[in-house]
Design a protein around this ligand. Structure first.
Ligand SMILES: NC(=O)c1ccc[n+]([C@@H]2O[C@H](COP(=O)([O-])OP(=O)(O)OC[C@H]3O[C@@H](n4cnc5c(N)ncnc54)[C@H](O)[C@@H]3O)[C@@H](O)[C@H]2O)c1
Ligand SMILES: C[N+](C)(C)CCCC=O
Length: 505
């Protein structure tokens, strides 16, 4: 079964794939949905054609998946870290071996370019490999106490963790959440976005093939209702959520009812600050990387580009020239650099932001229109031309709200003090960036920006070894890096008396 969806991939082209296999996975196998009458069509963004049906899981199915994960957790958590590592390394190897096929399926479901999807799949296996490396290192402390007594700590798993993902990095988010969870000895029940249901189940099959106990990584399909069943389930110890701020708040509220641990990876409106002493070509390239990956549908994008006034004309000329040259079109072609947005409503929402920006006084320097590729099969796709907005002010909607599309807002500034104040004037705090040749300024700015990440002289690179997560309303907890072990484990203290009990009673 694992191979059936992927087997059609090598020769697959845009507009040809239909996925018919069940998309749920628990108890070690794909599971047919029970309530077919609730099926929702899932669209291929590049064509607007129906790719598959997503049937949301109800309470019984969610419970079955969680019970199956719990049974697997009891076996997996008793294995040595080194044993878990061996299985995880095998899963990473299989992903690496099938990277092209998985990337193709991701493109067909998500609309991003194949060149980006391949990187996403590489980050996925790297994450599993990285946490496999840490699995054997989990250890506690030994603490000496008076009279020969001592204490020690044990790093223990939490139990069944739930992962809830967004649609912009479907396979990668499922991997980034499950890798540290499994390394620590937990099981995971994962719910992908209802818009991108097809690749998480491939990950589940690969874990199974690699040798995890049946049920260790389960996939349940669905939207808000299924997500809420997961957050309320009494056997769930933790919820790791990636998505928007409003949904993140709901997840936190629901999890609070039974005091579940929560990690929230939420949205952003990140500032990218370009000083006049920067290396301009790199700064322009950085601004493009900060705005146009995955059609601009990236949480940590640097969508408020602050440019020091003296270099604004040169910056705009170069950034517009390069933006106009971005090849938009069939995401499965290697030459394409921008594919289709996730859905028609998302495309309309983003175009609406551009119209609103114009009404509020912004000037469109390029793009911002629906784009119809010449290839007839792409006529129904959700494409738009990447957009650069000039004449922006801090009070404009396009500067304040997360657009989640290929729209860069450019703002002038004069001094470092002023720009830091303006950059921090947001409820979000996911990422930030600074371009300058002045090393002291770079670190001073990084220190003063209220964001979970600051990129110096680059943007949107996130190796798996480096922690990633938000400040302020962009969330809390971290993904990637060693620190994430702490978010998927708990510390038990064992206190050992070696003498007699000195009782006060
Ligand atoms: N910080 C990060 O790492 C990161 C990464 C990717 C996306 N995002 C953010 O995600 C957003 C876009 O993704 P989206 O549109 O899928 O977000 P969303 O909040 O609409 O949905 C995210 C997930 O939550 C589920 N969900 C919806 N309502 C729920 C409920 N009541 N209870 C439980 N689950 C529920 C959805 O089905 C989906 O799986 C943007 O704001 C973006 O910035 C953040
Ligand atoms: C890999 N990137 C580009 C840093 C994206 C992280 C996930 C946010 O949407």
């Amino acid at each position: 079964m694992a191979q059936s969806t992927l087997d059609s991939m090598p020769g697959a082209s845009t507009g040809t794939v239909v996925v018919t296999e069940p998309l749920n996975f628990w108890g070690g196998k794909r599971v047919k949905p029970r309530q077919e009458k609730n099926a929702e069509p899932v669209f291929e963004p590049a064509t607007g054609r129906v790719l598959c049906q997503m049937v949301p899981c109800g309470a019984e199915e969610v419970d079955e998946a969680i019970q199956s994960a719990y049974a697997a957790y009891q076996k997996w958590s008793k294995m040595a870290g080194m044993e878990r590592a061996r299985v995880m390394l095998e899963a990473a190897r299989i992903i690496r071996e099938r990277r092209e096929k998985i990337a193709k399926l991701e493109v067909i479901n998500n609309g991003k370019s194949i060149i980006e999807a391949l990187v996403d799949i590489d980050i996925a296996w790297q994450s599993i490999e990285y946490y496999a490396g840490l699995a054997g290192t989990l250890a506690g402390q030994h603490i000496q106490l008076p009279g020969g007594a001592f204490a020690y700590t044990r790093r223990e798993p939490l139990g069944v963790c739930v992962g809830i993902g967004a649609w912009n990095y479907p396979f990668q988010i499922a991997s980034l959440k499950s890798a540290p969870a499994l390394a620590c000895g937990n099981a995971m029940v994962y719910k992908p976005s209802p818009m991108t249901p097809v690749t998480a189940v491939i990950l589940a099959e690969i874990y199974k093939e690699a040798g995890v106990p049946d049920g260790l990584f389960c996939v349940v399909q669905g939207g808000a209702e299924t997500g809420s069943l997961l957050c309320h389930h009494p056997k769930v110890a933790k919820v790791s959520f990636t998505g928007s701020v409003p949904t993140g708040k709901k997840v936190m509220e629901m999890s609070a009812k039974s005091v579940k641990q929560v990690t929230l990876e939420l949205g952003g409106k990140s500032p990218l600050i370009i000083f006049k002493d920067c290396e301009l070509e790199n700064a322009v390239k950085g601004a493009l990387m900060a705005n146009f990956l995955t059609q601009g549908q990236v949480c940590c994008n640097g969508t408020r580009v602050f440019v020091q006034r003296e270099i604004m004309p040169q910056f705009l000329e170069e950034v517009v020239k390069r933006t106009k040259a971005i090849p938009v079109g069939d995401p499965l072609l290697e030459s394409t650099r921008m594919g289709a947005l996730i859905s028609k409503p998302q495309l309309e929402k983003v175009l609406g932001f551009v119209s609103q920006a114009k009404k509020e006084g912004a000037r469109v320097l390029c793009g911002g229109d629906p784009f119809v590729p010449s290839d007839p099969k792409l006529k129904g796709g959700y494409f738009m031309s990447p957009c650069v907005l000039d004449n922006c002010r801090d009070d404009m909607t396009c500067v304040k709200e997360e657009i989640f599309g290929p729209v860069m807002s450019v703002l002038p500034f004069d001094t470092e003090e002023e720009v830091i104040k303006r950059a921090n004037n947001t409820t979000f705090g996911l990422a930030s960036g600074v371009f300058t040749r002045d090393i002291s300024r770079a670190h001073r700015v990084a220190e003063n920006l209220e964001a979970g990440t600051c990129f110096i002289n680059n943007y949107n690179i996130s190796p798996v070894e480096v922690p990633f997560g938000g400040y302020k309303m962009s969330g809390f907890g971290r993904e990637n890096g060693q620190v994430t072990i702490e978010y998927y484990s708990q510390l038990k203290t064992v206190v050992v008396e070696m003498g007699d009990v000195e009782s006060l009673f």
